[in-house]
Design a binder for this molecule. Structure first.
Ligand code: ATP
Ligand code: CA
Ligand code: CA
Length: 185
């Protein structure tokens, strides 16, 4: 995320066959296939702050033998995208990092697992996500600098892919999973 700000759009695909259709379209458009990874995300709760309330997040991500720690700040919505502060560091020793967090009073709250294919289309990173227990999604994230321009570049990429009219999801995978486990009557 350029300048410590993440700008991304998330949308639900009809099903996982549509993910394959979008993948074909990406290839036709000459998008660069960057990598296919398995991501396992542990979200932590703060000892005295309710992150669901403050719209923040602290996460340890394991991705194919690598590990990283990410903080995300509260979201703003700009033109169909979410924008928020995001800071990430690489973890050399994730189990010690977890011990530090737990010693400080952070508690693991939930784990989200997915397989993700990363493509690059112009200045936009397109992720095709198969989320365990949830289904298939697409995310488009701007990787350059600047805010206004970011939302526009994302919309252009979504238009090229034929999915710009899709309903946008402003909730996180974690919120979607929690909703599914405890449906409101
Ligand atoms: P990334 O874009 O960094 O690869 P992702 O696509 O796997 O992440 P997202 O759904 O975009 O996952 O973002 C993670 C989300 O989890 C954040 O929006 C964060 O606010 C949310 N979150 C973290 N902890 C909680 C919690 N306890 N309750 C509800 N939502 C939470
Ligand atoms: Ca995301
Ligand atoms: Ca992102």
């Amino acid at each position: 995320a350029g300048g410590g700000v993440e700008v991304e759009a998330k949308l639900r695909l009809r099903d996982c066959r549509e993910l394959e259709e979008v993948e074909k379209r990406l290839q036709e458009l000459g998008a660069v296939h960057e990598e296919d990874v398995a991501e396992e995300d542990t979200y932590y709760q703060h000892p005295c702050r309710d992150f669901a309330e403050t719209d923040e997040a602290l996460r340890v991500r394991l991705v194919d033998g690598r590990a990283e720690l990410t903080y995300k700040g509260p979201k703003r919505i700009i033109g169909g995208s979410k924008a928020r502060a995001e800071y990430t560091i690489t973890l050399e020793d994730p189990s010690s990092a977890r011990r530090i967090l737990e010693a400080l009073g952070f508690r693991p709250a939930a784990v989200v697992r997915k397989r993700r294919s990363y493509y690059r289309l112009d200045g936009v990173s397109v992720s095709l996500d198969r989320v365990e227990g949830l289904g298939c999604f697409l995310e488009a994230e701007y990787t350059g600098e600047g805010g206004q321009e970011a939302a526009r570049a994302i919309e252009e990429a979504l238009e090229k892919l034929g999915v710009a009219e899709r309903e946008r999801i402003y909730k996180s995978y974690l919120e979607l999973l929690l909703e599914k486990k405890a449906p409101e009557a």
